[in-house]
Design a protein around this ligand. Sequence first.
Ligand SMILES: [Zn+2]
Length: 276
Amino acid sequence: MIVKKRTKPLKLMKLEVLNGRIVQNHSKIHLIGSDFAKYQAGFKGEMSLDFYLKDLNEDEYHIFHDLRLPQSSNEQFYFQIDTLIVHSQFCILIEVKNLIGNLYFDHQFDQMIRTRDGVDETFSDPINQVELQKAQFAKWLKLNKFPEIPLHSLVAITNPKSYIRISPKYGKKSQKIIRGNTLVNKINGYVSSEQESVLLKKDLKRLTKYLIREDTPQNPDILRNYSIQREEIVTGVFCPKCKKPPMIRLKRTWLCLNCSGKSSNAHEKALQDYAL
Ligand SMILES: [Zn+2]
C-alpha cells in the first residue's frame, strides 16, 4: 500500500520555471539547464521504481515516497529517503539512481563514476549515501521510541540501459546494488517465516502518523541559490504553443506575438510560475 505518494518536488517545479524564464544571455543558463535535466531524470527514475513496486503485497508493505525528516542530533538539518518500505519485520531504505551510461562503483575512493559519450563524471557513492540515511533513520526511530527493527538499504539502478561494473573489493556491499526488475524478489527475500513481527499494528499506525507529520518537503529559495536578480527573470504570459513570450491581451483572449497562437487561459500558467 502506498501511504505517501510521490509528487513532483517543489525544487524541481521551481527549477523548471527558472529554466524557462531566465534571460537568454545569462551566464548561468547552462548550469540551470543541466541542473534541471539532472533533477528531472532523477524524478523520472523514482517514478519508474513505482512501476516495479506495484508487485508487492498491498497488505504487507507500506510504502512512503520522498521523505525528508529532521536529524535527531540537529533539528535544523534533514535527511532524505527516496523510498521507505515498512514491513512488520523490517524497514528498507531505497536510494534511486537513474543515470544513462556506464556506471563504475569505485571502492577505493568511495565514488561512482559515470561514463557517457567518452566523458567521465564522478558522483558520491550511493551506497554510502543510503547507509548514512539508514544510520540517521535508526536514530530517528530511537528518538521517537519505536521498537528496534532491522533496517536494510538498497541502491536501485532504474535505467535498464546503464551498464554496471562494481570494484571487486566491494565485497558483500555490492549485493545492495540492484536493478529495478529484481527489486521485488530482493524485498520478499527479507521476509523470514521464523521471525516474529517487530512492529505491531499499533506501532505501524503510530509510525505512519509520525512519518507524515515530520516530513518537511524542501522549499529552496531558488533565486538566492543561483544568485539571480528579479530583473533577470522574463516576466509576462508565455505562449502555450511556441513556449515563448510575449502574449498580449485582446478581447477575452491572449495573442502570441511570435506565432499568432491564441489562448484563453495562458495567464494561469504565468500565475503558477509567479507563485513558484
Ligand atoms: Zn506562440
